[in-house]
Design a protein. Structure first.
Length: 173
């Protein structure tokens, strides 16, 4: 599989459906965050909120970077030969999805702010971004929780999922 940015949407979806471990849930969550950020960016631009649009664009770019990182983050887990190596690899593999969850929470919180100041014509787009971001945060956090059961990375993922959930609850019915 090549660079994600060089693939069509259909090629990416085909690669997710293949019988390989990557791209999987982490990369898919990151792509969902990028899509959510793009919707928030669009709503902000249409509402003449350039600061919000630029912030959303930065989050979109970060999510795409994380999607690429996530493609290889689980490889060391699959190659681990001892329980100690596997534990170390799982700790390392948990960092990208934790960052994806954090980025998703940032998108959800920004999306609520953008929706509050948007016209009704694009408010739904901003809120769709919030809902997608909240779902991606929950999915990425679940990947962390699957890998590890405690520690700072675990806590960051949990906190990010909580932040995204609160943003969705505050911005949608």
């Amino acid at each position: 599989m090549g660079d994600l940015t060089d693939q069509t949407l259909e090629e990416f979806l085909d690669s997710v459906g293949e019988d390989t471990p990557a791209p999987g849930g982490g990369t898919s969550s990151a792509i969902t965050v990028a899509l959510a950020a793009a919707l928030v960016e669009m709503a902000a631009r249409l509402g003449s909120d350039e600061d919000g649009a630029e912030a959303a664009k930065g989050m979109r770019e970060a999510a795409l970077r994380l999607a690429g990182e996530e493609l290889t983050s689980y490889g060391p887990v699959l190659k681990a030969e001892t329980p100690a190596d596997r534990t170390t690899a799982l700790d390392g593999a948990s960092e990208p999805p934790a960052q994806i969850a954090e980025t998703a929470a940032d998108v959800a919180e920004l999306g609520v702010k953008v929706a509050e100041s948007s016209s009704p014509a694009v408010q739904g787009d901003a809120l769709t971004g919030v809902i997608l971001a909240e779902s991606a945060a929950a999915a990425a956090a679940r990947l962390v929780w699957t890998n590890i059961s405690s520690g700072p990375v675990f806590d960051r993922a949990r906190d990010a999922a909580d932040r995204a959930s609160k943003a969705r609850e505050s911005g949608t019915v």
